[in-house]
Design a protein around this ligand. Structure first.
Ligand SMILES: [Zn+2]
Length: 676
């Protein structure tokens, strides 16, 4: 996720206007916040430097006399975008991963300043009129698209409203940022503990997990709700009580505190929407997306529901019959039993134990494998970089395209105290002209430490490649003429498609065998195991889509009506019951830690829309020659390289030669059903 990614997003964020004091000193490294940064004051100076540069660019636009041209107006405007983007992205990185809490706190406060600055630019009528007046007659297609889209974002932000309304919009925008950051920060800081009184409750968990969680002097074992602790418990722990305790602890993070914060945020968003002439926030937030409107979104979700519901019902019937045979007392299955029993089912029916492949996925080898695969696929080369990093555990690579430096990536892959708990990609520098793009991954995979090789699950490996896909989009799409349309700055509801498409590659045994080797014996992951793993992994695709629909409906339903009609607990339960066949646990409140509600707001559907697109895009690759066929380069040229210079619907048509359809998704779901 990326906070300051596009102008559209800027308007959903922001806070109090900053009193500009002395002019900021030129920072040690204007392009990299962390270089030479030893205190919160250094970060503040770095951010203020970029804000000052952005203001200079705006002043340059306004000083123009006479004819407005691309050169004298759009160029400085794009420079202003560059400074806001780099300040926002890197300040956000420091907020999510700096070791010093004071720096993280400062970064949080500064994010609000940066957003406020973005809002001010978005509401600046003089800049808007200047852009409207630009002579486009000689502009190329991508420049025209950039201008048109920028003007649309300006209108969506309310630039053409009267002064009072614009002031109101500015205040609401500030408030939205403040409330969003408050919400995310509460989740980030609220790590819950589950105390296991009887060590036998850890039965079923992997040996290295049990080894890492030794009982304290009083015999109890303390687990946390961090991913590396939580996920194995709900997947492998035999004890339904422990699974339930963990599920509830995890799904109650930031509850009850964030309930009120979320309701306030929804109120502010609704007020913003009505101020700008929209009925609801969902109408406003979908207006500049591929999906186009909240109504079209509702029909799309219905279409996906029809495509996946019958398969999901079949899958659950199979699972239920299995549980009935193994342990009838476990029925009916609760929400907290879903991962465990799905895992048991896969083990039994596909003779596949997801633990059995972990020794083939030690973190360092997976990293090499991901780089090698991406290198072959996109015809690029990764070389270790000596670029300065923000923590000794971070690795950096320079990317070369036909021998020419074409980008840089940073991998911050393992948990640290105070670091963001999630898995995400973030832009670092948008590329354009001679400026190479830079991007980073923030992940929480187990890492090698004290003789422990850091063994990943297969699903972790897929997640790694997914996040890597965002970075490739960022880097390969960062060579156009404008910073404002670089990389992932397409319509926001397209950004997950390229990443989700890459997930499909990791079903290929040739690709997996190129790096999956047993960390002790060096044995290559056998083809028969891969075959079982892939078939097991495909099981329950219909249910997965239904799960995505549940989150999509939740995110839409809290934003498509007046907030006084939003009953968070009722919507949480209804969307679960509508799509999940498990018993809902009444004392769970996942919305309080559903951080997608800040970044994606009503638009969680992005994931399911992009799955539909991803499997469609993947269908154009030759299954016998995924990396070597002509599709890879065509994909790079038509989908990734244009970045945000074209509408995503056109990118898809350019690659597929037709618009997207639901057929590939239906086929993808059916592949997961056992043969009759
Ligand atoms: Zn993603």
């Amino acid at each position: 996720m990326n906070l300051i990614r596009s102008t559209a997003l800027l308007m959903s964020l922001a806070v109090p206007a900053i009193a500009q004091t002395a002019a900021p000193k030129p920072p040690a490294d204007p392009l990299h916040a962390w270089v030479g940064m030893t205190s919160p004051a250094d970060l503040e100076n770095w951010v203020n430097y970029h804000i000052a540069e952005e203001k200079k660019a705006v002043a340059e636009i306004l000083a123009v006399k006479g004819t407005r041209t691309i050169e004298n107006t759009l160029k400085p405007f794009d420079r202003a975008q560059f400074h806001l983007n780099i300040a926002g992205n890197q300040d956000y990185l420091m907020f999510g991963l700096h070791d010093n809490k004071e720096v993280r706190d400062k970064a949080q406060a500064l994010l609000q300043n940066i957003s406020a600055e973005g809002t001010a630019l978005q509401l600046n009528q003089d800049v808007y009129h200047a852009l409207v007046a630009v002579d486009k007659t000689k502009a190329d297609a991508s420049t025209k698209y950039y201008l048109d889209r920028t003007l649309l974002e300006y209108r969506l932000a309310g630039v053409d409203k009267d002064a009072d309304t614009r002031e109101k919009v500015r205040k609401l925008s500030d408030q939205i940022t403040e409330q969003s950051l408050h919400f995310s920060r509460t989740v980030q800081d609220d790590v819950r503990k589950v105390v296991v009184k009887d060590p036998a409750d850890l039965d079923g968990l992997p040996a290295d997990y049990i080894e890492k969680h030794k009982p304290a002097a009083d015999g109890t074992i303390t687990l946390t709700t961090d991913q590396p602790d939580m996920l194995p418990v709900v997947t492998y722990a035999k004890s339904p009580r422990l699974r339930r305790d963990m599920y509830l602890a995890y799904n109650n993070r930031a509850f009850p505190g964030n309930k009120a914060v979320l309701l306030d945020l929804l109120k502010t968003r609704q007020e913003m929407a009505t101020t700008l002439g929209y009925k609801t926030w969902a109408d406003l937030a979908t207006a500049d997306m591929m999906i186009g409107s909240a109504d079209k979104l509702r029909s799309f979700l219905k279409e996906v529901d029809e495509a996946s519901r019958p398969a999901a019902a079949k899958e659950f019937a199979l699972l239920e019959a299995f549980v009935k045979e193994k342990d009838p007392s476990a029925l009916p299955l609760a929400a907290s039993d879903s991962s465990y029993w799905s895992e048991q089912y896969r083990r039994a029916k596909y003779d596949f134990d997801s633990q059995s492949v972990r020794p083939y996925f030690p973190y360092p080898e997976v990293e090499k494998g991901v780089l090698a695969t991406a290198g072959k696929l996109f015809h690029i080369e990764f070389r270790p970089s000596k670029a300065p990093i923000w923590n000794p555990t971070v690795t950096a690579y320079d990317i070369y395209d036909q021998g020419k430096l074409a980008g840089r990536i940073y991998l911050d892959m393992h948990p640290r105290e105070g670091k963001d708990k999630w898995f995400s990609e973030s832009g670092v520098i948008p590329g354009s002209g001679s400026q190479i793009p830079e991007a980073a991954l923030l992940c929480n995979f187990p890492g090698p430490e004290d003789g422990d090789p850091g063994l990943l699950q297969y699903s972790d490996v897929v997640t790694f490649f997914h996040e890597f896909g965002h970075m490739m989009h960022e880097v390969l799409g960062g060579h156009g003429q404008w910073a404002g349309t670089a990389g992932v700055s397409t319509e926001r509801d397209f950004v997950e498609a390229p990443s989700q498409m890459l997930e499909e590659f990791f079903e290929d045994s040739g690709i997996l065998q190129s790096f999956a080797k047993h960390y002790k014996t060096g044995e290559v992951l056998p083809s028969t195991t891969i075959d079982k793993m892939v078939r097991a992994g495909r099981f329950a695709r219909g249910s997965w889509v239904q799960g995505q629909l549940r989150y999509s409906e939740l995110s839409l339903s809290v934003h498509d009506r007046a907030p006084d009609q939003v009953d968070l607990d009722a919507i949480n339960k209804k969307t679960f019951v509508d799509h999940m066949p498990y018993v809902f646990l009444d004392d769970s409140h996942m919305y309080a830690s559903f951080t997608h509600l800040t970044g994606y707001s009503s638009n969680y559907y992005t994931y399911v829309l992009d799955k539909v697109i991803a499997v469609d895009l993947f269908s154009a690759f030759d299954p016998k020659n995924l990396l070597g066929g002509p599709a890879a380069m065509k994909y790079r040229k038509t989908v990734l390289e244009p970045g945000g210079n074209k509408s995503a619907n056109d990118l898809i048509k350019d690659f597929l030669g037709r618009p997207q359809s639901m057929d590939a998704l239906k086929h993808w779901i059916v592949l997961g059903l056992p043969a009759q």
